[in-house]
Design a protein around this ligand. Structure first.
Ligand code: GRF
Length: 219
């Protein structure tokens, strides 16, 4: 089986990368992580990749005069590695429309909220101050506008009384680690079809193929 050549882009600790690495250990997993790229020198996610022999590259955005030259280097690196799909796993740089369009339906991103609610940063703090009872995470195809794009997988996560942002972030992160591998499996396995703003999943007879909720006993 040809596995889809996948790059993971990150800026930090890489716990989502770890979830993807662990999932890809399975022989039948349809994606192979061929390169991990960080825009932050020394990001600890790079160590996770190196530990299992995945080549890494650091492209420090501060060394470039603007987004375009940074992305030109990124593009060359991706091309040289034969990358077919990009996973953004805590990659804290906005990408330009021209880069995102070039990779149309070939970039997937994880965001720690139930999109389209709570786009942007500090999601957990905003969830807590609004007093909503559920939050969650979303894996979606990337579009140029921040944190938008067709939704592949979501998980709902309850907000508990007394939660602070750290406690809530930890609970959401556990769900992220289930959602991202699931989404990558679906996309790399050719099970997703983007129709307008929606993603259709092949043979998704039951809702739990693409939505994880707190009543399923695992969240
Ligand atoms: C995650 O919460 C992800 O949703 C957000 O950034 C965080 C990255 O965490 N985009 P990690 O580096 O994968 O541990």
């Amino acid at each position: 089986m040809a596995r889809l050549k996948t790059a993971v882009l990150l800026s930090g600790r890489g716990s989502n990368l770890q979830a993807l690495i662990d999932a890809a250990l399975e022989q039948e997993f349809p994606a192979k992580i061929v390169r991990v790229i960080s825009n932050v020198p020394g990001a600890s996610g790079l160590d996770r990749a190196e530990k299992v022999g995945i080549p890494t590259t650091t492209i420090d955005h501060r060394e470039f005069d603007g987004r375009e030259p940074f992305e030109a280097t990124l593009q060359t690196e991706l091309q040289n590695s034969g990358v077919e799909l990009i996973c953004l796993a805590g990659f804290m740089r906005l990408l330009t429309k021209s880069f995102v369009d070039r990779w149309h339906d070939r970039i997937i991103n994880i965001h720690p909220s139930l999109l389209p609610s709570y786009k942007g940063l500090h999601t957990h703090e905003r969830v807590l101050s609004d007093g909503v009872r559920f939050t969650g995470c979303t894996v979606h195809f990337l579009r140029a506008e921040m944190d938008t794009g067709p939704i592949i997988v979501q998980a709902a996560v309850p907000v508990h009384p007394g939660d602070d942002a750290d406690a809530l972030a930890a609970r959401v992160l556990t769900a992220e680690h289930r959602c991202f591998p699931l989404a990558l499996r679906l996309v790399a396995g050719g099970k997703t079809r983007v129709i307008g703003n929606r993603v259709e999943i092949e043979n998704a007879g039951a809702p739990d193929v693409v939505s994880l909720n707190p009543d399923d006993g695992k969240a």
